[in-house]
Design a protein around this ligand. Structure first.
Ligand code: URA
Length: 211
């Protein structure tokens, strides 16, 4: 199955109750040939409205961090563990995350076959790694996913948006070094791939509100 076909199937998904409170499932954005894939938690309000992953405040911050680490959104691929926004933006529980990701994220990754995955935050790290991992302790460390992909976790941008002062500065540098390490690893494994376009992508020019 191709990624487009999987996207079509995803748009019809009604297999769990999360769909009832969302405008619709949110898939992935970016280049399916990318050797690097970023996996977030799940759509928030802006993502649900536009049908695009990581387009809201977290996504805007991610774009800045990617730019600093010499990557742009059109050249990488961004996606989420869960595809429908939980009501009130609550964190999905383990069962919800597992149920959704087994159906969708695992199949995306099987098609894309990325060289490197970056887990953004605890939910993605727990799904791709294991439930005993802790983001503050284990970020920046390489591990192998059950599907056999090399993966590194870093802080979720929403976490950075809640920090200030010295903690924020430190966390930003941690994220920068994690993203740089991931890009370098992907570069080694996919020599010649362009991780960056000349300009940042304005996702709001590409997506319209879906209601
Ligand atoms: N947070 C995520 O993890 N993913 C999104 O798509 C938006 C916010």
């Amino acid at each position: 199955m191709e990624l487009d076909e999987l996207g079509q199937a995803l748009s019809q998904c009604r297999s769990c109750p999360l769909r009832q409170d969302a405008l619709g499932p949110v898939g992935w954005f970016g280049n399916p040939q990318s050797p690097i894939v970023f996996v977030g938690e799940g759509p928030g309000g802006v993502e649900d409205e536009y049908g695009c992953p990581l387009i809201g405040p977290s996504g805007q911050l991610l774009d800045k961090a990617l730019w600093a680490a010499k990557m742009t959104r059109d050249r990488v691929l961004t996606t989420n563990v869960i595809k429908c926004r939980p009501k009130g933006n609550r964190t999905p529980d383990v069962a919800e995350a597992d149920f959704c990701a087994k159906q969708w994220l695992d199949r995306e990754l099987a098609i894309i076959q990325p060289k490197v995955i970056v887990a953004l935050g605890g939910v993605a790290m727990h799904y791709l790694g294991n439930k005993d991992m802790r983001i503050t302790r284990d970020r920046g460390q390489w591990f192998r996913t059950e599907q056999g992909f090399d993966c590194l976790a870093t802080y979720h941008p929403a976490y950075l948006l809640r920090l200030y002062g010295r903690d924020l500065v430190k966390a930003k540098w941690d994220v920068f070094y994690d993203l740089e390490a991931a890009r370098k690893r992907a570069e080694e494994l996919a020599p010649g791939y362009q991780f960056m376009s000349e300009a940042k992508v304005d996702l709001f020019k590409l997506y319209q509100k879906r209601r």
